[in-house]
Design a binder for this molecule. Structure first.
Ligand code: SF4
Ligand code: SF4
Length: 378
């Protein structure tokens, strides 16, 4: 927007905020529930449910619209209730709005600003206590069983390559025990970081990026690689979706956000017109062929793109039989566990166990076993 218009639009914006504030004050999204007048909570979202669960007899100002803050409604609530507590996760937004409006309330201890709240935190907030525990995620972040990204990272790790990464499910390749992705900054940086790393390290570097991210902002990096005559290898992890954020389609899928067929961007054509000398398409589970292809391209005197195309497991849900373990052959080296597949674990007796409920029969673990103790179940 040019400055003159921006000035005018700002005036309109301020008027709109005032109108929204008036709407917020009378909206049915924000409601007062008067019960016990000795204790009241100003809260919203899941925090309301937690407070309600722990103090069912209390009064509530439940906000479904927190911005612009309905300070007059809060004032009306404050007149009816003796003691007010604010229950909100993270930063003290509602607390600050109440301070601005001059409404008295009890704030949570700052230790509750970190992490999600739980119902059992509410009495501690009311009693003014400091948080007793450090909030942690309940389960380890891990790629799904049969995830096509796992096989790519198993190859990159085996070849001991430096991998510049990007943002998507495949960023999980950075975590132990895989640890095969070494950088992640922003969307597109899997390609642009590759250029810098290649210049500094000279060889054994590869850039990885998902199909959706490549369309979003990786393509400009590839154009620059060609323009700057950079040689090396970019791998597009094409799982035919935007998996990390909920499987939205993108222009290389050929389906609109409404699920209707549309023009499909052909990634291999796009890479060629951007200036890639070699463009290969390969399936993620063809692990030996993938390894040979990566070896042939990574330090070649050409700009290469390998598109590893296998649909996300959340799209392609067909399953093959789980592999079979020949116990007498197992050397208990646990190289298979390095894949970090949730379907594989070590049993009490030290043997490998495959959870048939989780396993999708991708047979990646079969390929990883140097003793041929795991075999395909055909
Ligand atoms: S990689 Fe093979 S030999 Fe090693 S623990 Fe796993 S199944 Fe056993
Ligand atoms: S075949 Fe092996 S790697 Fe693939 S899902 Fe089953 S246990 Fe995991």
């Amino acid at each position: 927007m040019v400055p003159k218009n921006a000035f005018q639009k700002h005036i309109e914006l301020e008027k709109r905020v005032l109108k929204l504030k008036a709407y917020s004050e009378r909206s049915t999204l924000n409601k007062i529930e008067i019960n016990d007048k000795k204790i009241g909570f100003i809260t919203s979202g899941v925090s309301y449910l937690y407070a309600r669960e722990m103090y069912p007899q209390a009064s509530f100002l439940k906000l479904g619209m927190t911005f612009p803050f309905p300070s007059e409604l809060a004032r009306e609530f404050a007149k009816k209730v003796k003691k007010i507590f604010v229950i909100e996760e993270l930063e003290p937004y509602m607390e600050e709005q109440l301070l601005l409006a001059g409404i008295k309330f009890k704030a949570k201890d700052p230790s509750f600003r970190v992490g999600e709240l739980r119902p059992e935190d509410i009495p501690d907030i009311v009693k003014g206590k400091v948080r007793k525990y450090v909030p942690q995620t309940s389960r380890k972040a891990v790629m799904c069983p049969g995830c096509p990204h796992r096989s790519v990272f198993s190859v990159l790790k085996k070849l001991r390559l430096t991998v510049t990464g990007d943002i998507g499910c495949y960023t999980l390749g950075a975590l132990a025990p895989m640890q095969a992705l070494h950088t992640c900054l922003c969307m597109g940086s899997g390609v642009t970081f590759f250029e810098g790393f290649k210049k500094v390290l000279g060889r054994d570097v590869v850039g990885v990026i998902g199909d959706s991210t490549f369309v979003h902002s990786g393509v400009t990096g590839l154009i620059n690689l060609a323009y700057n005559q950079t040689k090396g290898l970019i791998i597009i992890l094409d799982n035919s979706t935007t998996a990390m954020t909920g499987n939205q389609p993108h222009p290389a899928v050929g389906i609109t956000i409404k699920g209707e067929p549309t023009k499909k961007l052909i990634l291999e054509d796009l890479c060629r017109v951007c200036g890639a000398d070699n463009v290969d398409v390969i399936g993620a589970y063809d692990i030996k062929a993938l390894e040979e292809l990566v070896k042939s391209r990574v330090n070649a005197d050409a700009l290469s793109v390998i598109i590893v195309r296998t649909p996300c497991r959340l799209i392609e849900r067909t399953k093959l039989k789980p592999p079979v373990l020949e116990e007498t052959k197992c050397k208990k080296c646990y190289l298979c566990l390095g894949l970090d597949c949730p379907a594989l674990r070590k049993d009490e007796n030290g043997l490998i166990k495959i959870n048939g409920k989780f396993c999708v029969g991708c047979n990646l673990c079969v390929n990883s076993c140097p003793a041929q103790a795991l075999r395909k179940n055909e």
